[in-house]
Design a protein around this ligand. Structure first.
Ligand SMILES: Nc1ncnc2c1ncn2[C@@H]1O[C@H](COP(=O)(O)OP(=O)(O)O)[C@@H](O)[C@H]1O
Ligand SMILES: [Mg+2]
Length: 481
């Protein structure tokens, strides 16, 4: 399926909104009702597996029963040429992970307002017997009015997310950042597991990054099981003791020490919101208005703090897993690359960002934001991690983003758009998304719009290789011809 295809005689595919481990989500135009929708298509390979097909159907059925302002509405489901799809209301805006990447940690009132809405949506699901099991910022969408809507139900990881993420063939390593301790040890998730994950999400909204970091999914999962919950107030003194206490209670290791229900957590957040507005006065932004303000340079107090407390060595095991994940990722996205418009040579070549490239690193460089570099929208961006003191401070030669030109071809030019001009970069190329790249351009300082002249042969994968930056570099758009 690709941009411009009409699915089920009705839904005209637009750009890709998101690519996950099991499915891709497109914006689509419904020709019958003449409105935009979001079309989620099950991965082609997983569509061969009856278990996944059944899961996907279960997701549609589960949410179809849930009509709530804080849950993304299901409109339709079906299959087209053997591909399973679900049609959702289209939520204009971003998911919370993108919002965090753009804005850094949020003002306390906004963070509470968003978590409160997510709690309401999840509480409603729980009342209807549905446990989400994968609550994380990527699965909470925010529309331009600041309304949060929970999506991506029905993954139904009843056998434990870690086991499954590690053993399920063809799975991209997921995130363990929001995993409850009970899920981490392979016990079944219940309503209280969603509460733990939502507590972790609120922690991140307030803190700018999740509570536990680690080199691997397993390392992070172990920290959820063993490590005490870090203090939010330590880095963020404007968080009240009351808010800190509720985050800690939601994140209690033992489910029985958490709030008795999602609604009880929602009520505690509401009480904290009332206290905040009493303390700060009613003129304060209530979290509903400035949410989608345009991106700005990360600077000043709201910049996310990165604490790089982990050894910088790339564990051998992770190296293998990372390379495998990158390859799987590349394969999964390959079919999504839209065909070029027009046929003639010398024209625009459609690129798809397929991987981040951080060969000397201990972490991925914002893989979840990759799509933003090739989505045709200069307002959204992929970004590097934040490097206080630049790359040299961590001894890295560079970090990069890999794009797929869909087949081997000799590109003439690669144009970069950025809203963080001033970083140095050059272009590399190769025929695997995971490495073995050669230089195909000279080094340049990237301005708001910079075009690299390329030479050196026919390659399928091209890397924008960033070699010098001031804290962070954004890649808003990559275009090739
Ligand atoms: N209804 C929607 N409207 C707008 N964007 C959406 C919608 N559903 C999903 N997305 C985007 O696509 C991403 C992946 O969707 P999701 O349902 O979570 O799929 P996956 O199961 O692959 O994680 C989301 O994080 C969001 O950015
Ligand atoms: Mg998701």
């Amino acid at each position: 399926m690709k941009v411009g295809d009409v699915v089920a005689g009705r839904y005209e595919l637009g750009e890709v909104l998101g690519i996950g481990g099991m499915a891709s989500v497109y914006r689509a135009h419904d020709r019958v009702l003449e409105r935009d929708v979001a079309l989620k298509v099950l991965d082609e390979r997983l569509g061969q597996d009856p278990e996944y097909v059944e899961r996907f159907r279960r997701e549609a059925r589960a949410i179809a029963r849930l009509t709530h302002p804080n849950i993304v509405t299901v409109i339709d489901r079906g299959d087209a040429d053997g591909r399973q799809f679900i049609v959702f209301e289209h939520v204009r805006g971003t998911n919370l992970k993108q919002l965090l990447a753009r804005r850094g940690r949020l003002p306390v009132t906004q963070a509470l307002a968003l978590a409160h809405q997510a709690a309401r949506g999840l509480g409603f699901a729980h009342e209807n017997g549905i446990v989400h099991r994968d609550v994380k910022p990527q699965n909470v969408l925010v529309n331009p009015d600041g309304v949060a809507k929970v999506t991506d139900f029905g993954i139904a990881r009843s056998h434990g997310a870690v086991d499954e993420a590690l053993t399920m063939p063809g799975t991209i390593l997921g995130t363990g950042d929001y995993l409850s301790p009970e899920q981490a040890v392979g016990q079944p998730a219940d309503e209280r597991s969603d509460q733990y994950s939502l507590g972790t999400l609120l922690f991140e909204l307030l803190n700018g990054e999740p509570p536990y970091r680690g080199n691997t999914l397993v390392a992070v999962a172990a920290r959820h099981v063993n490590d005490p919950v870090p203090s939010v107030r330590e880095h963020r003194p404007d968080v009240s003791p009351r808010v800190e206490a509720l985050v800690h209670r939601a994140m209690a290791k033992r489910p029985e020490d958490r709030f008795p229900s999602m609604d009880a957590l929602g009520a505690a957040i509401e009480a904290a919101m009332a206290e905040e507005s009493a303390v700060r006065g009613h003129g304060e932004d209530d979290g509903a208005t400035q949410i989608l303000a345009p991106p700005r340079r990360t600077s000043g107090a709201e910049r996310p703090r990165r604490r790089r407390q982990l050894p910088r060595t790339l564990l051998a095991g992770l190296g293998v897993l990372a390379a495998a994940a990158l390859l799987v990722w590349a394969l999964a996205t390959e079919r999504l690359v839209p065909t070029e418009s027009g046929g003639g040579g010398g024209g625009r070549v459609r690129l798809a960002a397929v991987a981040d490239y951080d060969p000397e690193g201990d972490e991925f460089e914002h893989r979840e934001l990759l799509g933003s570099a090739t989505d045709g929208d200069p307002a959204t961006f992929w970004r590097t991690e934040t490097y206080d003191g630049g790359l040299e401070a961590v001894g890295k030669e560079g970090v990069g983003i890999v794009v797929d030109a869909r087949r081997r071809r000799e590109l003439d030019e690669l144009t970069v758009l950025t809203d963080t001009p001033g970083f140095a970069a050059r272009v590399l190329a190769g025929n695997s998304p995971a490495g073995n790249f050669v230089d195909v351009s000279g080094e340049e300082t990237v301005d708001e719009e910079t075009t690299f002249d390329l030479e050196g042969g026919r390659y399928r994968y091209y890397v924008l290789w960033i070699t010098d930056l001031d804290e962070v570099a954004h890649v808003n758009e990559l275009r090739a011809s």
